[in-house]
Design a protein around this ligand. Structure first.
Ligand SMILES: Cc1cc2nc3c(=O)[nH]c(=O)nc-3n(C[C@H](O)[C@H](O)[C@H](O)COP(=O)(O)OP(=O)(O)OC[C@H]3O[C@@H](n4cnc5c(N)ncnc54)[C@H](O)[C@@H]3O)c2cc1C
Length: 442
């Protein structure tokens, strides 16, 4: 595409490219013009192990997810899901929360936080397709309570065989089940939990527990090989919440139905039923009554990659809009030649860069605070919806049509404001964390 004729050419003496050449040599290290695409310059700014990983992820997303995006969106149970999961398993993306030899993450990448690795992964996958991205990413959420239990015997016995199968290209997914028909926010927020009567209950029996209850909206619940499911001990409240590992073939476990949802459709949200499911003591994850702590700790980690899902969706919408304004003309002028369009593009890029800046800053930590995790989740998901809306504005009819792909981004982005705690619940998490500090300033 030719440059807009009314903008100053890079060869003009007033263009910064030329102007900066007139600066004294000693001043030059302090100024920099970057004509590289932001993705490329951001990738170059990463430590080598992460930069290389980001490039691999982008290749994987463009080769495996992008061509299957529309099929995945229109059919939750097609061959698309199995093809994608097999490819993800072979690429090591379903066994990457632990280093080699148990997991598939190279040791040199493990010098950087898991949160950073997962955030890079979710942005790249979700820039191609957030539904297929979530299909892969929700497995990490299901795995996190096992990792956080730090119970080496449990990890060796239960996670290692699953990871071995995954690394061999035979997908074995884990799903994470907290939400109940009577409790969404109440199982994510201490105030609600204090008053909530748990719907999923474990009764003590010889050698283990019998689990009864229902969980809803469980991502990947339809395909999960096993579920990390949270329930209260019989006769006790949420303080007794405990995490149990239930395999798909356990008698009494069934998958009731999948929701018909507005976005991220390639990943099903499934209702799961537990009827007198026996869970042996050896499959209690973490100490008894440590379920609430495992849940809150898992969310503090996973809310950051959820911000990355939102960022990936926003970037995908921005790139789709860029392609469109380069290809389409209005009154004989390419859309990208209109200043109003350029300003919209600049704002979309500013918004996605701000999301990434915050996300990467928080991702450097192995242990993001509750405030940091909730801040990333709320900021990125709210901003992503705005970027997708801007993409739809720019693309007009094409934005509203399925072929334009941004109506899907818009639907996909909206869900990131809801899951891992609605954004209101995430704001409450900031209040919970910060209230003492705020009061101290009064
Ligand atoms: C696509 C998708 C995937 C999901 N995946 C999973 C999964 O894998 N595993 C899982 O366990 N769950 C999952 N969920 C569930 C998700 O985490 C919950 O849906 C979410 O927490 C909202 O719960 P709810 O609908 O019951 O809202 P409710 O709790 O009924 O809340 C209703 C409204 O009240 C607001 N609200 C609630 N309490 C307060 C308060 N104290 N102050 C102010 N406002 C408040 C909420 O923000 C919301 O606007 C998923 C959901 C979706 C949509």
């Amino acid at each position: 595409m030719k440059r807009p004729p009314d903008l100053v050419e890079p060869s003009h003496p007033l263009h910064p490219t030329q102007a900066f050449r007139r600066l004294p040599l000693a001043a030059r290290p302090f100024v920099r013009l970057d004509s590289l695409a932001v993705w490329e310059s951001d990738t170059r700014s990463l430590p080598p192990a992460l930069g290389e990983y980001r490039r691999q992820l982008r290749r994987f997303a463009e080769e495996v997810l992008l061509p299957r995006r529309d099929d995945g969106d229109s059919n939750q149970h097609g061959s698309v899901q199995s093809e994608v999961l097999e490819a993800a398993a072979r690429a090591g993306l379903l066994s990457d929360l632990l280093p080699r030899p148990i997991g598939t993450t190279p040791l040199r990448r493990m010098r950087h936080s898991l949160v950073f690795q997962q955030s890079l992964k979710m942005e790249e996958l979700c820039a191609a397709c957030a539904g297929l991205g979530l299909l892969i990413g929700a497995h990490g959420l299901g795995t996190m309570p096992l990792i956080l239990s730090t119970d080496l015997a449990l990890l060796r016995r239960e996670l290692w065989p699953l990871y071995r199968a995954n690394a061999g290209g035979r997908p074995r997914l884990l799903a994470y089940a907290i939400t109940e028909p009577g409790g969404g926010s109440d199982v994510e927020d201490a105030d609600g939990a204090r008053r909530y009567k748990p719907g999923c209950v474990a009764r003590r029996v010889p050698g283990g527990y019998r689990l009864n209850g229902r969980k809803i909206f469980i991502s990947g619940g339809d395909l999960a090989h096993a579920v990390t499911v949270f329930g209260a001990l019989e006769g006790e409240g949420m303080e007794s919440w405990t995490c149990f590992l239930v395999y798909h073939d356990a008698p009494g476990f069934s998958r009731v139905r999948n929701e018909i949802k507005m976005g991220q459709r390639a990943s099903a949200a499934t209702e799961l039923l537990f009827e007198e499911v026996f869970v042996p003591d050896a499959r209690v994850v973490g100490p008894l009554r440590a379920g609430w702590a495992l849940n809150r700790a898992t969310l503090n980690i996973s809310r950051v990659p959820v911000g990355a899902i939102a960022l990936g969706i926003a970037r995908g919408a921005f790139e789709a809009a860029l392609g469109f304004v380069n290809r389409h003309s209005l009154a004989g002028r390419p859309l990208i030649h209109y200043q109003e369009v350029q300003l919209r593009l600049a704002q979309m890029q500013i918004d996605t860069s701000a999301m990434r800046g915050l996300l990467w800053q928080v991702s450097r930590s192995w242990a993001p605070t509750q405030t940091q995790a909730a801040t990333v989740k709320v900021f990125c998901s709210d901003t992503a919806v705005g970027v997708c809306r801007a993409a739809m504005d720019l693309m007009a009819n094409h934005g509203a049509s399925y072929a334009g792909a941004v109506e899907k981004s818009y639907r996909d982005a909206r869900l990131t404001q809801i899951y891992e705690g609605t954004n209101q619940i995430n704001r409450l998490a900031v209040v919970e964390d910060q209230l003492e500090a705020w009061l101290a300033l009064g």
